[in-house]
Ligand binder design. Sequence first.
Ligand code: PEP
Length: 249
Amino acid sequence: MRTKMVAGNWKMNKTLQEGVALATELKEAVKNPSCAVVIGTPFIHLASVAELLKGSPIKVAAENCADKEKGAYTGEVSAAMVKSTGAEYVILGHSERRAYYHEDYAILREKVLLALENGLKPIFCIGEVKEEREAGKQNEVVKAQLEGSVFNLSAEEWKNITLAYEPVWAIGTGLTATPEQAQEMHAYLRSLVAEKYGKEAADNTTILYGGSCNEKNAAELFANPDVDGGLIGGAALVAEKFLAIIAAR
Ligand code: PEP
């Protein structure tokens, strides 16, 4: 049985003190969740939040890591540095990183490899923009994203990958993919994983949906057989909402 998961992505929100306060609230409320729970925080929160969550079922993710191992890369944070904070996951390939920081397939391939080499589990995001969906090109877009950055992995490495399907037109827009659109895409992604790594690997791959998933629509999205949980942006910033989404999984 594959892991069901609800993961938060705080993005560039919350001061350190606000982040610690939110993590404390979540820690107190999440004792025995029925799914894996991960919170993705800005780099500066990682060490404090990971320490705070020791012994809690909630795991911590970075929102990014460098595509270089170490050295003279001012301002960058390596996978080894992320790992040293106690974080277990790293969100990679988010559409905001692709669009605003020009992270292409090759850069993301490096980031994924470095994350894995350093014992981090990537939550790898893929998804089409509005024009691509309107042109019916969503399948070829996500296929190219997988082939470009993660289908080079060995079967053993693949076991540490969580996928997040995030249609870009749904991120932060209030527009959510319908449960049918999400299921259709997730089933397609699982078929691609099966072609590449075999049916068992595909059945064991966790595929999250992200894009305006909230406490109101989560249950309906998660009810689909290939939707294993959610990657949550805005609604992960409010404890009550994030907890309701966890409860819906
Ligand atoms: C995200 O950015 O990963 C995300 C899903 O954002 P939101 O939930 O705010 O659409």
